[in-house]
Write a protein that binds this ligand. Sequence first.
Ligand SMILES: [Zn+2]
Length: 198
Amino acid sequence: MSRPKSVERLIENFARLPGVGPKTSERLTYFLLRSDPNVARSLVEAIETARASTRVCSQCFNLDESDPCTVCSDASRDRGLMLVVEDPRDVSAFEESGFRGIYHVLQGRVSSLEGIGLGDLTLSALHRRLAAEVPREIVLATNPDLEGEGTAQLLLEQLASYGASITRIARGIPAGATITQVSKSILADAIDGRRPLA
Ligand SMILES: [Zn+2]
């Protein structure tokens, strides 16, 4: 039996989301169709509101409801300590861990497999930031996996000439885990145990 077109369309839309395969997509669809109408309405409204009220910070590329973001506009932050991360989700994780410096979000990492090079990241914006103000320390906090390490190496070459001390977060994060998956105490340790690269 073929499904109604509208149902098929909803399944297809869920299947476009990261990590959602055909089975999950089908389950979500039938759950929403059977549940209280308010569940679906609230979901649609929450998606639209989040889309409409968030923007990318023009300074650090974090995702927030204001530009500059809450971190960049916070005068109590240590502007001498810059954490370079892959994704806005990493900012949330390091914020939870109590980090009080500033960030630069790369919006990805170098991946030959996915055809992503340094030029696809927010590197030129980082160069512009550093040309205006060089922090005393730049902590490379890309994920501790193959692509994250590779990205950190390339960044080290790119940033070495600014005169800032360049460090890498400690290897306390378990193999296979990403920054967004570990506890805030592990992240706090990863920052405390950072080691100099240059
Ligand atoms: Zn910002």
